[in-house]
Write a protein that binds this ligand. Sequence first.
Ligand SMILES: Cc1cc2nc3c(=O)[nH]c(=O)nc-3n(C[C@H](O)[C@H](O)[C@H](O)COP(=O)(O)O)c2cc1C
Length: 183
Amino acid sequence: MTPSDPPSIAPELSGPDAVLSRHVLGHYPTGVAVITGMEGDEPIGMSMNSFTSVSLHPALVLFCPANSSGTWPRLRAAGQLAINVLSAGQESVSRLFATRDADRFAGFDWTPAANGAPLLLDALGWLECQVQAEYPAGDHSVVIAEIERMGVHGDIAEPLVFFRGAYYAGLNRALEVDEREIT
Ligand SMILES: Cc1cc2nc3c(=O)[nH]c(=O)nc-3n(C[C@H](O)[C@H](O)[C@H](O)COP(=O)(O)O)c2cc1C
């Protein structure tokens, strides 16, 4: 193999195929966030694992709603949003907030954040934010949001993890890493 040769991959796994993309990208573990807002008096929200941090100064995050989402245009219109980071016991919450035509907040405990957006009970932490920009990106868009306030619920330590299409409750083992080394 010369330096210009492409890396070896199984022939059936080549090509820009949506099923393959989902499969391969699913090998990158993520948490799960529920992004919420208010539509008048009605709380609305949807599950997303495309949430990630972007910038510290200013404090920016991003997430990627699908063009097919019915909830995202309503959240965009709501303006004031909360990103709820789900904890290990909230697999059912992740599923609920991804289910079309479900009454997602029925019987569900939440409190309003300072910006009015719903904070989900038992989440690991939350970020209150406002959309700063939205860029079209294929069948999704990339939304940049500016964080206004945020916090963690100190007594809930474990995250809900999404990996290869399955949920994992928490992290088995923490490696010895000094947080100050992570930039
Ligand atoms: C773990 C998980 C992660 C998801 N991540 C995203 C995402 O990043 N972007 C997105 O548009 N939808 C994502 N979804 C799917 C949406 O939650 C779902 O399509 C949406 O809630 C459907 O309802 P709607 O049409 O009312 O928006 C995810 C679902 C799950 C369960």
